[in-house]
Structures are given as C-alpha cells and as structure tokens.
Design a protein around this ligand. Structure first.
Ligand code: PEP
Ligand code: MG
Length: 746
C-alpha cells in the first residue's frame, strides 16, 4: 500500500478516535463522524442510515444532504441503492448513481446533485445495523483504498453502536440489547424456565479500535496468533481418531498457520487499526463471504475460520469465561451449538438451553432431554441479541424465547409456570398410585433413560422401571471407546440404583444420526435407512460382544433384560440371540455368576417386523415399539427433518390401525408388548395407545405424571369406541374425536 494512503487512513482513524473520546451526545457524535468522513475522503456528502426496525432504514445523520431530512427520510430494505447495500451486505460503488440499477430519487434530500455513490454496510458479527454512504458531484469510481477506509469507519460505527455510543438525549438509535425480543425457534425439549443468559462463547467487545503504534499492535497480534497455534496443537493432541472434532481442529490449525490470514490482519494494523480491530475487520470479511457461499463445505470451513477469529479475539482482549466469570443465578445457556460432553459438564445447574442451530435428534438434544432441561433450537439471532446476565424466559413447549421480556410477558409466563407447578403437585400426589383406568385396566408406566443422571427420576417420577435404557449415550458423550470394565461398572451402578426394578438395556444403537466421535463415519446416502443399530452390531460384532459381556458382569447374578434395536427380520433376532448365548457360555466357562433370569427382546421399529413370521412372535420374549423410527418409516417422513416431521399425526387412522394389528398379533402369541417412542409420553397419544390395547408404555420421566393423571380419569372402552367410530366415519385422524371426548370429562 502506498505510504501516503496508509497515513491518510490512519489520520482518518485518529480523528475518529478523538470524536469518540469526547463526551458529546449520541446525535452529535454521529454528525461529527459524517463531517470528518466527508472531509477526509474529499466528498461533498457522507450519510449514516441505521435500521429503525428489521425492515426500515432511517437517515440518522448527514453531511451534505438536506439537514431537514434527517430522521425523516426512510426506506425499506432493498429499496434504492442504500436499501440494496443493506439487503445484500455488499458494497455499491457507482460513478453514475442515478443511472445505477435500483436508484431511487429522494427529492427531500437534494440528492440529484450527486453523481457518484459509495455505500458500505454497517454490520457487527454478521448482524446488519445500517449503511454508510459517501457521495460526490464528480462522476468517479472510488478506489479500493477509499472503499477500505469507508469500511473501517463503518466498522468503528458498528462497534460504537454495540457500546451504546449513539444513544441518549435526542438519540439516533435505540439502546441496543435493552429492548424485549421474541425469538421463535423449535422445541427440542419441552418445559418452561426463567433465568439469566449465560453465553457459552461470550461476545467480545472491542473498545480500542484505533492504535497509534503499529509495531506494538503487530507484536500483540503475532504473540496472540502464536498462543492460538499452541492451544490448537494442544487440543489436537488431546483429540482422538478420525472424528469430526479432529477435522475441525485440523482446519483450525491450517488457518492459524495461514500466512494470508496473518498478512491481511497486519495490513489492517498498518492502516491504523488496533490488533483486535484488525482481527474483527478480517472476521467481517469472512462473514460476508460466508453469507455468499453456496457450497456447504466452504461454508463450514468459513465457519471454522470465524470460530478461530473469536478465539483469537478472546486471547487479545482477555475476555471470555477463562477469566473466571461465574454462572448467573438460574443460568440459561446460549450457544450456536454444543457437544454432549460440554453439556453434561454444565449438567443440572442449567435451567434452560437455547441453541442458534442444533437439531431435534442431536446429541445435545438427547442429553438435554435426559436431564429434562427445556431446550429451544434454531433460535435465530439469539447470540447477537443476548448479553450475559440478560433476563430470559424459555418456553420449551412452544419453542419460543422471550429475551428481556416486558412486564406483561413476565406475568403471563409466570402464570403458566405456576399452573405447571400446580399440575406437578397433582402428579406428585398420585406418584405412588398405579395407572388404573376408570374401566379397571392397569397400564404399566416405565421411563426411558440413558445416563446415570436419569436414575434419580425412577423414584421421583413414579415410573415402575426403565423400559428403555439407551446405552449409546455413554458412547456418544466420550471421546474414546469406553472399556468393558468401565461399562460393566456403569451398568452395575444403574442396576444398583434401580433397586430391583426392571431395567431394559438396549444394545448400542449407533449409525443414522448417532455417530460416535471416535469411529470413522460411513458416508451414506441415507443414513436413517443405512448401516445402523443391530446391522452394525451383527456385521462388526466386537463392540456388541464387549457390551453383552459388560451387561452380564454388571448383573452379577441379578435378573437382566436385553433388547436389540432395529430388528427388521427374524434372522437378525436369532443371530443377536446367538451372540448372547455365546457370551453366556463364555461367562460360565470363566466361572462368573450368570443372571438369575435373562430375557431377550427386540424393538419393533420397521414395518417389516409387524409382518414377521409367527415363529418370531412366539420366540421373542418381549417386544417394544420404537414409535419414533416406526412412524418415520410408516409415513416415509424423516423424523429429523423439520419440514416433514410433524406432518403426519400419530393418531392418524392408518397408523393406529397398523399398531392395532401388532397388538393383535402379540395377543395371539401371548408376546409382551410395550411402546417406548416419544408418543408414549404425550398424554392424548398415550391414552389412545392404551385404548387400542397397549398395556405398557415407556416415556421420559417427566411424562409419567401427566400420562398417569389422564389415564386414571378415562374409560378405555369409551375411548376405543370413539377411535373406532371416527375410523368408521372416514376421519383421517382420531384426534378431534378424542379431544371432544376429553372435553366431556369431569
Ligand atoms: C424409537 O425409535 O422410537 C426409539 C425409542 O429409539 P430412538 O429414539 O433411540 O431411535
Ligand atoms: Mg429408534
């Protein structure tokens, strides 16, 4: 860069800093910035447009346009050149603005006099705040250096906006992070929570944007990058296998060693920025590229680079949780995404979790469910909007987040929570009673579990036992394959905690969405229909054998129930049983105690098993319907896909009829049958399942109370009649009819 320009840019930044340092009110500061920018860039006009709301920009300060139009001129996102810069986040550099595409004439500003136009977005961490424009009479294109200078001013404006520099008397801007915000996401775990925000990765606030001594800043930057490289190497040394985590860390290392990355940041310093601001400027450019990238792989790598910049900023500013900040009271965790291990570290201290991304079937969601912590995913912009310590209300039932709620929302939400607490009291009062219906049928209610942390719920929820223990969670939350002795010890603790109540251990159900971090992931075109669960267990039996041994040792003579997931045909069941026989024979030979009673069952998760041969139904000791998978295959609707996963009602007549067929077969062969998908925990669904003949349901612990409460108030003969009448009447779903029946209850 020519020396002259470099010092020009530094001069402009120096003047900006002086402006910022004085105690002027918000509007005055904005006015001063437009004035000095126009002056430094040799243009007649400099204007600042800021967002009034998500869709509207307002002229908030100007040098050169009609001063009367300040706070009067507004435009919609996408409207005119300014609106286009705001919408696309891209620079517009036009020598002849009036003839440029999208130009909108605004007579009140006197704009027709100006030929050239340069507009750059004002944005912070990908969040759009407004547009900064310079215009001149002379018809000319602005140079790359001029664009750079204006971008730096925009960045300073964005940082200062974040710091609240433009709010106050006669303010141009609303104070940021003070307004109530409603964010609609997606439910991943029901429940409600009130608390205070804890940002998993706190946002870094840069206060010293401009620096006089480039040498010092360069040294600070290279020291920080060195620190970063060492920490990435350490993380890599601690990671194992060919996991996704390793891939990400490799990408981090590549970027951290990239000369181009460092050079671009050093150039920013030469132009007058501090080391932090230099990193942020580079980060903004990366974000802009990220928005444009259509290739998923490229976007992911840019995301990695973005994460790396955040780490670098935290090193430079000393901000972040490393500095020893403490969790607020009733912490509500906010993160873009979080791994199951990290979530377990927070554990039950959390009242709620809000993720900007995430998916219903992610490991984090599985852990949140196991811990019964309300979780909202896909909460867009939460990371930009929330500050550490902000008051927040999480409505996991509706998938809604109320950030900094106003009084009316607070009182309505607290009413809802109070009603839920009342309901909890009701459930507690029937905790030790059986789920006996008005017609005298007793329905067995078990709970689903997967972590040690679930076990206390066995007592608190009133569940009779554990109808499904998902053993894969223990594998998912570790970075290495657990050893047999570790597993045996864990299963033994589970059986100890169950105090003789039945626990059904499901063997490893991996594949599909559940990928172990330390096993090479198979790239499959359709993982849900791919090499998963028992298919992996039978093809590569090493892990399953180890697990079976661990279970037998853990039982140490006590009764043991083992269930195989995803059995699609009879032979898979017999092959799995043969593995159990082998494991038992081996234990016997070694002189270890064998279970006093060993029962082996299968999950019915594919429609094929509903039509398996009679032999299967006669031999299998118990069956459990995995409704989550069974439903996705029945309707051909991916349970992970937000677009379709709620499209078909469980109470759809065809699905209920299909389930009734399974119940009938089991009745004929006297096979024990239960249902352990999520629907078992939804009271209305549970009622219908019981009405069509399911006598055993396994659900999340928190659902046992509500399901029992409803069952005890209903007559299953009546509900069955309602279901059959609706079917005979040609209804698509029996839900409306059942809801009508429920309204008639006292
Ligand atoms: C099911 O598919 O219903 C089930 C209980 O198993 P998972 O949700 O673990 O796949
Ligand atoms: Mg399943």
């Amino acid at each position: 860069m020519p020396d002259g320009l470099e010092s020009e840019s530094r001069k402009l930044l120096g003047r900006l800093r002086d402006t910022m340092a004085n105690q002027a009110a918000g509007q005055e500061r904005l006015d001063q910035i437009t004035h000095l920018t126009a002056d430094s860039m040799g243009t007649e006009v400099c204007s600042i447009y800021l967002f009034r709301d998500d869709e509207t920009l307002e002229l908030c300060a100007t040098q050169g346009l009609n001063p009367e139009s300040v706070h009067q001129t507004r435009m919609k996102l996408g409207e005119g050149l300014v609106g286009r810069v705001a919408r696309t986040g891209k620079v517009i550099n036009a020598a002849d603005a009036p003839s440029a595409r999208g130009f909108r004439y605004m007579p009140e500003t006197g704009e027709e006099l100006y030929s050239s136009f340069l507009g750059v977005p004002i944005q912070r961490l990908g969040e759009k705040l407004g547009v900064l424009v310079v215009q001149s009479k002379e018809a000319r294109e602005f140079s790359a250096d001029e664009i750079y200078a204006l971008e730096v001013v925009a960045m300073v404006l964005a940082e200062m906006t974040e710091l609240g520099a433009f709010v106050g008397e006669g303010a141009a801007l609303r104070a940021r992070h003070t307004q109530p915000v409603l964010i609609r996401g997606v439910t991943a775990q029901e429940g409600t929570a009130e608390g205070h925000i804890w940002l998993h990765e706190p946002r870094v606030v840069v206060t010293n944007l401009v620096a006089d001594d480039p040498d010092t800043e360069r040294t600070r930057l290279t020291d920080a990058v060195e620190h970063l490289r060492i920490s990435v190497d350490q993380l890599l040394a601690g990671a194992s296998g060919d996991s996704e985590q390793v891939q990400v860390l490799e990408a981090y290392r590549m970027f951290a060693n990239s000369k181009g990355w460092l050079r671009r940041m050093e150039e920013n310093i030469d132009r007058g920025l501090s080391a932090e601001a230099a990193v942020e400027k580079e980060q903004s450019d990366v974000r802009a590229r990220m928005l444009q990238a259509t290739d998923a792989y490229l976007r992911e790598r840019l995301q990695d680079l973005d994460d790396l910049s955040n780490r670098l900023l935290r090193i430079l500013t000393g901000q972040g949780h490393e500095t020893g900040a403490e969790l607020p009271e009733n912490p509500i965790l906010v993160a873009r995404n979080i791994g199951p291990g990290e979530l377990l570290e927070y554990g039950r201290q959390l009242r709620g979790i809000i993720l900007e991304e995430g998916s219903v079937g992610s490991h984090a969601a599985i852990v949140a469910r196991a811990l019964a912590i309300p979780l909202v995913i896909n909460a867009k912009r939460i990371q930009n909007e929330a500050l550490n310590g902000d008051h927040v209300m999480v409505d996991g039932d509706q998938g809604v987040v109320h950030l900094r709620p106003d009084d009316t929302v607070v009182s309505a939400f607290r009413d809802k929570m109070a009603m839920q607490a009342k309901a909890q009291e009701r459930y507690a009062s029937i905790r030790d009673k059986a789920a006996v219906t008005l017609c005298g049928k007793t329905i067995r209610l078990d709970m689903n579990a997967g972590l040690m942390a679930d076990l206390p719920s066995l007592e608190n929820s009133g569940a009779e036992g554990v109808g499904l223990f998902r053993t894969e969670l223990q594998f998912l939350v570790r970075s290495q394959m657990p050893k047999r002795t570790e597993l045996a010890a864990l299963y033994a603790r589970v059986l100890d905690a169950a105090k003789g109540k039945r626990v059904v251990f499901r063997t490893l159900d991996i594949g599909s969405d559940k990928v172990l971090p330390y096993m090479a992931a198979e790239d499959e075109p359709n993982p849900a229909l791919g090499w998963r669960a028992i298919r992996v267990g039978l093809d590569k039996p090493g892990v399953m054998r180890m697990q079976l041994q661990a279970l037998l040792r853990a039982a140490n003579g006590r009764p043991l129930s083992i269930m195989f997931p995803f059995i699609a045909q009879y032979e898979e069941y017999t092959a799995a049983c043969a593995e159990v026989d082998k494991a038992v024979a081996r234990e016997k030979k070694l002189g270890h105690a064998l279970p006093e009673k060993l029962e082996i069952g299968a999950m019915l998760e594919t429609p094929s098993l509903a039509f398996a041969c009679n032999k299967f139904y006669e031999e299998v000791e118990f069956l459990s319907i995995g409704g989550n998978d069974l439903k996705q295959f029945f309707f051909a609707a991916d349970r992970e896909n937000e677009r379709v996963r709620r499209r078909y009602d469980t109470l759809n007549v065809s699905f209920l009829t299909f389930l009734e067929g399974i119940v009938d077969r089991c009745n004929t062969t006297n096979t024990r049958l239960s249902f352990c998908g999520e629907d078992a925990g939804r009271p209305v669904e549970a009622l219908c399942l019981a009405a069509i003949g399911l006598q055993s349901l396994s659900m999340r612990p928190a659902s046992v109370g509500p399901v029992k409460h409803l069952l005890r108030r209903c007559n299953l003969d009546d509900v069955r009649k309602v279901i059959h009448d609706a079917r005979d009447a040609g209804e698509q779903s029996v839900r409306p009819a059942v809801m009508e029946y429920l309204r008639t209850l006292a």
